[in-house]
Design a protein around this ligand. Sequence first.
Ligand code: AMP
Length: 303
Amino acid sequence: MSEILVVGSLAYDSIKTPSGSAPRALGGSANYFSLAASLFSKVRVVGVVGDDYSSTDRELLQKRGVDLSGMIVQPGKTFHWEGAYEGDMNEAITLKTELNVFETFDPVLPAHYKDSKFVFLANISPDLQGKVLDQCEKPLLVGMDTMNFWISSKLDDLKKTLKRVDIALINEGEAMMLTGAGNAIEAAPRVCELGPKALVIKRGEYGFVLYTKDEGFFILPAFPITKVIDPTGAGDTFAGAFFGYLASLGRAPTTADLKQACVRGTVVASFTIQDFSVKALADVTPAKVEDRYKSYRQVVHLA
Ligand code: AMP
């Protein structure tokens, strides 16, 4: 098993969905990612929080064995994102993004993080993603995520980061926005032209599209869930389980490994959407993942 280094947002989210609302609940790409990845592998976090960040929220990751020596506390407020879902549960409407302590964050990796073999640049400003990657010595696999906010505000930096990664995981709307393509199938090879050898396009309730330069497309549905309470963090959870699974193998992944990793991502993300914030994800265990993995195999079985 290899260790994963993740840099991303550690946030408080204020969310409204047709099922209700959750003001200032724990969120952020690095929190969802780490909770999911730690079901499979050891995780090291790089990020910044404000002095309003609660010790209970920190303990949630510590209980999963996540290394928080790269989590810095800075005077000021934690990153805050306000979002809503209306009708289309696959697409969040951003109402407010308050970068707060992220505005002045300059990541410095603790010495023992630098040899991390698996590096994931979760959704965060692309220049910070680049600064973290600069400090990694010899990663075996580098992945990244991003979102519309950065595609519209920091496209040049984002393109520089894309050139340096092996695999990108982004959602369908962002893949189209980034390439100007009309759908995921058209977008996938175009994203790979920007750098990555492989791409996962997350499509919410419709599942995912995996595209590799070598073997083309692999497409599966999501795990069927009757009631989606809050889809926030589903993508980050997918990425966490995906990377966690790959790091547990401890080798440069084959395309077959990437397919298996996508299925782990799909399965673990299906828990996240069943409650607000990280509530459902925090209760997931490897045994629950295994059970749902077996059910998912039946959903997609063809014989
Ligand atoms: P997802 O639903 O998986 O795409 O991710 C939702 C998470 O992304 C939320 O918990 C937010 O805190 C976080 N987030 C929203 N906007 C940004 C942003 N501009 N940069 C970094 N993280 C963000």
